[in-house]
Design a protein around this ligand. Structure first.
Ligand SMILES: [Zn+2]
Length: 477
């Protein structure tokens, strides 16, 4: 039988099970598993139990709820337990490829007072959209995998791959404990994993499905300038001392121009050149400047063409200035001279930038600029956080399988996209399991993950289950 012949009855079964699949998502959404709210931690645990019982009834083997211990500070309850990582298997046939699927069962906070039109933890269908916290991020995709398994089970169709499930409950709170768990299980529970599929991002827009093959990294810095022993009054000290804030403005203004060009020598030189093949990828992507303006709520775009915008979001670095700690920021006209100010900025990184080299370039550059001011104040530049970029080969087996699956279900070739932000777990899996990762999103760009009135379109949810199923079969073939 061809893959398409196998999939035909499977898709019919998925259509038939639609009401049940929606109910299963409703049951999941009804558990307010907000990882960032300590008082709701029992609900996060309840959600892990919900998954456990669903996995059991679908016939999973070796189900384990891996405890992660006590949550490190800052916490109100010093004995607060981290929710477990839920592991499960379907099949362990050495002749089949093994696919690890990752998703998270915790959600962002949501209160009706925030502006939701309906109770965020009661899934409601309006105009073919399913509203509720977690509907798209990330309960929809997690439940989507379970739905696919159920359709297979009902028809007695064997899964074409061995599946390893890894569902975590702290994603919205920094994935505490996940790195260590993945490292610890790399040669144990996750041994033999051939590839990883993560369904936890979104289409770029609302019309065309996408597969995501790259993410930017982020190096976050701070520059602290200290002078007087305490905050001073400008009527007494203005004009007679070196002011830390003036020094800070002077040096920070030299890092980037108003068109976003990074002015620190050596940074742009590290960026990988655009190949012809890569440039071609941008031609058919569904996106335009209006979408950027709509998303930013303004007419402030630096670039006006699709290709320029997307390339600068995805494959070129950017430098953003985020804030100044210690500065006067209230209303009114306070005449203070702050004694110490700390400027915060970050650089979104891309291939082939070397993180350590970047740190040196940035720190040396700012120290030199500060020295040139001839100020007696002190200046310290430091890296406070870094996370690497990720780029995959969008022509590997896993991506090719996902392209076929998308084409079959949606009748259109998916756009190959990258994202300007980071999903740190992607790199964790790639590095620890020494394998490649595919980001296969289910929801649309306007789903409002993390926002009020989060939703997933019924079509994305149901066709998404078909896409995941088809992906399994093309990848397994
Ligand atoms: Zn998510």
């Amino acid at each position: 039988m061809t893959v398409e012949e196998t999939l035909k009855p499977l898709f019919e079964e998925i259509n038939r099970l639609k009401p049940k699949f929606i109910q299963r998502l409703a049951d999941a959404v009804a558990i307010p598993s907000v990882s960032g709210d300590e008082s709701l931690r029992p609900e996060v645990f309840k959600m892990s139990q919900f998954l456990k019982s669903e996995l059991e009834s679908l016939g999973a083997s070796d189900i384990q709820l891996k405890p992660l211990g006590i949550q490190p500070p800052p916490v109100v309850d010093p004995k607060l337990e981290l929710p477990p990582i839920v592991l499960a298997r379907f099949g362990s046939d050495p002749k089949k490829k093994t696919l690890l699927i990752y998703g998270h069962y915790d959600v962002q906070p949501a209160l009706i007072e925030d502006g939701w039109n309906t109770d965020p933890f009661k899934l409601i269908e309006v105009n073919d959209k399913l509203y509720g916290r977690g509907s798209t991020d990330d309960k929809g995709p997690v439940i989507g995998w379970l739905n696919s398994i159920e359709a297979h089970k009902n028809l007695g169709i064997e899964l074409p791959v061995n599946l390893v499930c890894c569902f975590e409950g702290m994603e919205e709170s920094g994935s505490i404990g996940l790195d260590e768990l993945v490292a610890a299980e790399a040669n144990a529970y996750f041994k033999g994993v051939d590839t990883v599929c993560i369904s936890d991002n979104y289409w770029l827009g609302t019309k065309k499905p996408v597969l995501t093959y790259g993410l930017r990294g982020c190096n976050y810095y701070q520059v602290s300038i200290k002078g007087p022993g305490a905050d001073l009054h400008s009527g007494i000290f203005g004009g007679v001392i070196h002011e830390p804030m003036t020094d800070l403005f002077n040096i920070m203004s030299t890092m980037v121009d108003t068109s976003g060009k990074i002015l620190i020598p050596g940074v742009n030189e590290m960026v990988a050149p655009v190949t012809e093949k890569e440039a071609k990828l941008y031609e058919n992507i569904e996106f335009d400047v209006d979408e950027l303006n709509l998303a930013s709520g303004s007419n402030t775009a630096i670039y006006q063409t699709k290709k320029d915008i997307l390339m600068h979001r995805w494959r070129y670095p950017s430098l953003s200035i985020h804030g100044i700690e210690g500065a006067f920021y209230g209303g009114g006209a306070k005449t203070v001279i702050p004694a110490k100010v700390i400027g915060k900025f970050s650089i979104r990184t891309v291939p082939d930038m070397d993180s350590k080299t970047l740190d040196k370039l940035v720190i040396d550059f700012l120290n030199e600029k500060f020295k040139a001011l001839g100020s007696p104040n002190t200046c310290v530049v430091e890296l406070i956080h870094d996370g690497a970029y990720w780029v995959s080969d969008p022509y590997n087996d896993s991506f090719e399988a996902a392209k076929k699956a998308t084409k079959l279900v949606w009748n259109v070739d998916p756009d190959l996209t990258r994202e300007g932000g980071s999903i740190p777990i992607t790199l964790t899996f790639e590095e620890q399991l020494k394998t490649n990762v595919l980001l296969l999103p289910m929801g649309k760009g306007d789903d409002g993950a993390h926002s009020i009135n989060e939703k997933i379109d019924v079509a994305n949810y149901i066709e998404g289950v078909k896409t995941l199923s088809a992906y399994l079969h093309y990848y397994g073939a």
